[in-house]
Design a protein around this ligand. Structure first.
Ligand code: MHO
Length: 163
């Protein structure tokens, strides 16, 4: 199993999306990229810590390639709005790929360039690529949030298949 770490806005929707991708064993909502240890949702929401809402994806590389996950990442959110995803505004909603090692970094750079070249977006991609820092899992009530409560905030995996 390998891990991928993505920030693409509100983690409820990012987690829900990646759980549905074949080859993904687990997706956990959490925080990364800020200054403090063991941040809470409230601290991250206030924007004081500079953590991003992120999702740690555990996947079987024999079933789904990291490059495919990165392609899904670009398609399931808007990578052209800086520190904003739809109605959610703030640095915690930034578009970011935290990479584990040079090979993931190379693939992420390459797929970002391909997304940019696709002509899919009207504005330049602002997604940040950074080496993965510590991942802090979010509080239990933020895990599987949409399974527990219903709702959505990103394109669904099913809808993406029909495009
Ligand atoms: N607009 C969303 C953001 C939640 S997300 C976990 C809400 O507060 O309902 O940041």
């Amino acid at each position: 199993m390998e891990k991928a770490l993505f920030g693409a806005g509100c983690f409820w929707g990012v987690e829900d999306f990646f759980r549905q991708v074949p080859g993904v064993a687990d997706a956990v909502s959490g925080y990364a990229g800020g200054a403090s240890q063991r941040p809470t949702y409230r601290q991250v929401c206030n924007g004081d810590t500079n953590h991003a809402e992120v999702v740690e994806v555990t996947f079987d590389p024999a079933k789904v390639a990291y490059a495919d996950l990165v392609d899904y990442f670009f398609k399931m959110h808007n990578p052209t709005t800086r520190n904003r995803q739809g109605p959610d505004v703030g640095t915690q909603y930034r578009s970011v790929i935290f990479t584990h090692g040079p090979e993931q970094a190379r693939v992420a750079r390459e797929r970002l360039a391909a997304a940019e070249a696709s002509g899919r977006y009207k504005s330049p991609i602002v997604t940040q690529l950074e080496a993965a820092p510590t991942f802090w899992p979010a509080e239990e009530h933020h895990q599987r949030y949409f399974q527990k409560h219903g709702g959505s905030c990103h394109v669904s995996f099913a809808d993406l298949q029909n495009h």
